[in-house]
Ligand binder design. Structure first.
Ligand SMILES: [Zn+2]
Length: 359
């Protein structure tokens, strides 16, 4: 877990700082991974819990850690009972470890449909993160005409989702910025990337929100955790932007607009909704292997679908790049950055430092 102790070095390669990135990003770990981690790396595990606590102290009680469904289940493919169990167990595991109730929950593969959000809201989840293409339409909360999300959706702004009875907030991450970290080695030049992020922070009421795999830092890209450490602690503040977290942001900015999801279930994994998890959708065939195994491995009736740890290479929507298989127990991180200054300060004006948060 290189993000827990990420080195920062100077131009001569000399160590100048060691940063716990988890104190500066939102993060989630699958409960099954944490149950192993707790025993295998007790000191690093303790640091993870401490990072959440420190972030909560920094951000008015809003910690950086997100809960996750208990397994890496594709929740829209679960039976209602399994879906509720996955969410409930994930929340219980989180509370047991972090000593507080989770506000945010990471949905495996961002797989979501109305039934999934309804189940999450029923268990008390306050916010989730999705990819922009998963939205169908948006409008002013509770009124007005729906506008196509492709035209009107704003990443980094909370949207109210409701089934008419229950509701929660949905944040949509910035696709280009997130893909840049995942596939374009953004962490090689943290200052250049910070300048780019600063340009994407909304002028008011929003954040620049990036969602990335934990494996991006040190596994998919060697030493990217070092770039992330410098980005979070040095380059972003230099660019007038400070890391915050979504629970904190939501507490200050209740949703003004409402979102409707695309029908049929969607995920961030590919452009074919949740077909990736139950059929040969076409993605991942570049390696020449057959994907016909997916259909028989998908749930037939009451079983949950769980993303295979040996799933073939995949392509994300909007990207020509592929990334390799990843283990079922996963970690994810969200970098949430807000402008460091009060919104009263013009974007071109001198920015007065104001300590806020991120997770
Ligand atoms: Zn696909």
């Amino acid at each position: 877990m290189p993000n827990g102790e990420a080195r920062v070095v100077d131009g001569a390669g000399r160590l100048t700082d060691v940063v716990d990135n988890y104190g500066l990003i939102s993060f989630n770990f699958g409960p099954t991974l944490l149950s192993w981690y707790e025993k295998a790396e007790p000191e690093a595990y303790a640091r993870l819990l401490a990072a959440d606590k420190a972030s909560a102290e920094r951000l008015e009680g809003r910690g950086n850690a997100f809960a996750q469904a208990y397994h890496h289940a594709i929740l829209p493919l679960c039976s209602p009972r399994d879906r509720a169990t996955e969410i409930r167990w994930g929340l219980f595991d989180f509370e047991t470890r972090f000593g507080r109730r989770a506000e945010g929950m990471w949905l495996p593969e961002c797989a979501a449909d109305d039934a999934t959000l309804s189940a999450a809201a029923a268990e008390g989840v306050a916010l989730v993160v999705l990819e922009p293409h998963q939205a169908d339409a948006v409008r002013a909360a509770g009124a007005g005409a729906w506008k196509p999300a492709a035209d009107a959706l704003k990443p980094g702004v909370p949207y109210k989702w409701t089934d008419g009875t229950r509701s929660l907030a949905v944040y949509f991450y910035d696709g280009p910025l997130s893909r840049s970290v995942a596939f374009e080695k953004s962490m090689k030049d943290s200052r250049a990337f910070a300048a780019r992020v600063a340009g994407r922070v909304p002028a008011a009421d929003g954040v620049a929100l990036l969602a990335t795999d934990g494996e991006s830092y040190g596994h998919h890209e060697a030493f990217a955790e070092m770039g992330l450490a410098h980005f979070l602690k040095y380059a972003l503040p230099e660019a007038g932007v400070e890391p915050v977290n979504l629970a904190w942001h939501l507490s200050k900015n209740p949703p003004k607009d409402e979102v409707r999801l695309r029908a049929g279930g969607t995920s961030w994994s590919c452009a074919h909704g949740i077909e990736r998890w139950r059929s040969a959708c076409g993605c991942g065939e570049a390696g020449g292997g057959s994907l016909e195994w997916r259909a028989p491995s998908a749930p037939r009736s009451k079983d949950c679908a769980t993303a295979s740890s040996r799933s073939p290479k995949r392509t994300r929507p909007g990207s020509s790049r592929t990334c390799g298989p990843r283990a079922t127990p996963t970690s994810r991180s969200c970098s949430t950055a807000r402008r460091r200054t009060s919104t009263r300060i013009s974007r071109s004006g001198r920015r007065a430092p104001r300590t806020t948060r991120r997770a």
